[in-house]
Design a protein around this ligand. Structure first.
Ligand SMILES: *Cc1c(COP(=O)(O)O)cnc(C)c1O
Length: 345
């Protein structure tokens, strides 16, 4: 099976499994798991922030950040189609009591002007208690729903500056920040500089089995630890899985460029396939979205599965494929042949 559904389907490598088997562990809830602590210090250092907190998932990391920066009844600004809005089961509303103001986005990005225009600036005739505070601006880099697209650094810095000038905190959902860094040469720390907190995933392209981290100032992360506990994220001898994350961080970041080359190769082949529509310029990292025009995405993906290739149907005709650690360039060529067969089946 050539599995292109997601970059989360990867299996730990033998070397990663050995690192996990050998991991020194303690009780994470008592803050004495040395491997978890080493992972937290390493990732905080990579992003040039004071501290980090290892958590079971990117969803938990984002949800803790939302809770951390806001009070129930506040507004968070985010791009339409943001993961916090579309994939986190209403957590922003249910767990943090927030209203999400969805900004119209271009490839997952919005502008400082849009942020400023969305921040409240009431005239004197309106009592302040009638104004819902915008306490957080959230960005996603790379943007999953837009196709793994990258925020231009200058635009990102303008957005965080506009948020800060308006008194709002800033959070970056950097589940795939590693991909943005490898694709652009801009470091994770540079992307993170204007943001109070950043969430990163170890279990996406890096190929670790479990976990994410929330990164920020020592003061913010100290408070975040209380919410981790509240949300049931205290995970005891988590050093076993933190060792996989640490291994991935130290050994699998550079190889993300292989995934980007493979995604481009797949996209180029798809663009030349009759019955497929694809905007080549939208493929910036490891995610490829395309439309099948002659059948539904569900039919296409079922037929493709019979050919030994898995992709995700994400709309009536929209399909997602994600290059990942388990898929080499020969697999991409085999997948393209299978796609040709599935389209005429
Ligand atoms: C996968 C993902 C998350 C959540 O990560 P989980 O570990 O699956 O909960 C958050 N944001 C983005 C952009 C993602 O792609």
């Amino acid at each position: 099976m050539i599995d292109l559904r997601s970059d989360t389907v990867t299996q730990p490598t033998d070397a990663m499994r050995r690192a996990m088997a050998d991991a020194e562990v303690g009780d994470d809830v008592f803050a004495d798991d040395p491997t978890v602590r080493r992972l937290e210090e390493t990732v905080a250092g990579l992003l040039s922030k004071e501290d980090a907190m290892y958590v079971p998932s990117g969803t938990m990391s984002n949800q803790i950040a939302l809770r951390l920066h806001t009070r129930p009844g506040d507004v968070v600004l985010a791009a339409a189609g943001a993961h916090i809005d579309t994939h986190e089961m209403g957590g922003a509303n249910a767990l943090a009591g927030l209203t999400i103001n969805q900004l119209p986005a271009k490839r997952g990005t919005f502008t400082a002007q849009q942020v400023t225009a969305a921040l409240p600036d009431p005239p004197k005739s309106i009592p302040p208690y009638l104004v819902q505070p915008v306490s957080l601006v959230e960005v996603e880099n790379t943007h999953n729903g837009a196709g793994g697209t990258i925020w231009p650094l200058a635009q990102l810095d303008e957005v965080s500056a506009a948020a800060t000038a308006g008194g709002a905190a800033t959070h970056m959902d950097g589940a795939r920040l590693w991909n943005a860094a490898v694709a652009t040469g801009v470091s994770e720390a540079e992307f993170a500089a204007g943001f109070h907190t950043v969430s990163v995933c170890f279990s996406k392209g890096l190929g670790a089995p479990v976990g994410s981290a929330l990164i920020g100032s020592a003061e913010l992360i100290a408070t975040a630890r209380r919410f981790k506990q509240m949300y049931g994220g205290g995970f005891r001898q988590a050093g076993i899985i933190a060792a996989g994350a640490l291994y991935a961080l130290n050994h699998h970041r550079d190889r993300l460029s292989d995934d980007h080359v493979n995604a481009s190769r797949l996209a180029a082949g798809l663009a030349e396939t009759p019955g497929v529509e694809l905007d080549l310029s939208s493929v910036e990292t490891n995610i490829v979205y395309f439309e099948v025009t002659t059948k539904t995405a569900a039919e296409f993906c079922d037929q493709l599965l019979d050919e030994g290739v898995a992709m995700l149907p994400l709309g009536a005709h929209k399909v997602r494929a994600v290059a990942n650690l388990m898929v080499g360039s020969a697999d991409i060529d085999a997948a393209l042949k299978a796609i040709g067969r599935a389209l005429v089946a």
